[in-house]
Design a protein around this ligand. Structure first.
Ligand code: ADP
Length: 152
């Protein structure tokens, strides 16, 4: 059976932290589906099309990666796509508490799906999409936090 993982997130925008997690996870899986969750209650800075197009550009040469979006529950999307793994990154204890809740609820809803966590590289710990958005809003330089493909 193919080992398929879904990496769900907002990726608003994708950062060097996300990319590092994806690259480190690649040897473990036959396929990683990077999927932007469509959340009608959460407004994004960048459009869905823009976010998808940046991620596709970054991983254009990577045959094991698919980039898409989904609505509804992550576990339902995983089941639909035969993915038995959810990939997430952990930066801090706050991330841990948040991820523990989601991970345990997901496991209750779909016991065939395991969440796999990667600890962030130390240099990526302070990077988050929300900080990147804040710095952009105020005209600051985010070049050390995002890949060059993210042109806005
Ligand atoms: P969400 O809206 O689901 O939190 P994000 O795009 O913010 O989506 O994050 C997706 C995943 O990537 C989460 O597991 C998050 O913890 C992880 N992540 C975000 N930034 C980093 C980083 N700098 N290093 C490692 N993992 C990260």
């Amino acid at each position: 059976m193919e080992r398929i993982a879904v990496f769900p997130g907002s990726f608003d925008p994708i950062t060097l932290g996300h990319i590092s997690i994806i690259r480190r996870a690649l040897p473990l899986f036959d396929k990683i589906i990077i999927s932007i969750g469509i959340n009608s209650e959460k407004s994004s800075m960048f459009s869905l099309e823009q976010r998808l197009s940046w991620i596709r550009k970054i991983f254009i040469a990577e045959k094991k990666i698919e980039v898409t979006s989904y609505g509804g529950l992550t576990v339902d999307f995983c089941t639909e796509r035969n993915a038995n793994y959810i990939l997430r990154g952990l930066r801090t204890s706050t991330d841990f508490e948040f991820e523990r809740g989601i991970g345990q609820v997901n496991r209750k809803m779909a016991s065939h799906i395991e969440t796999v966590f990667f600890l962030t590289e130390p240099e990526h710990t302070p990077i988050s999409s929300s900080i990147v958005r804040d710095v952009i809003k105020h005209g600051g330089d985010v070049s050390s936090m995002i890949p060059e493909e993210v042109e806005y």
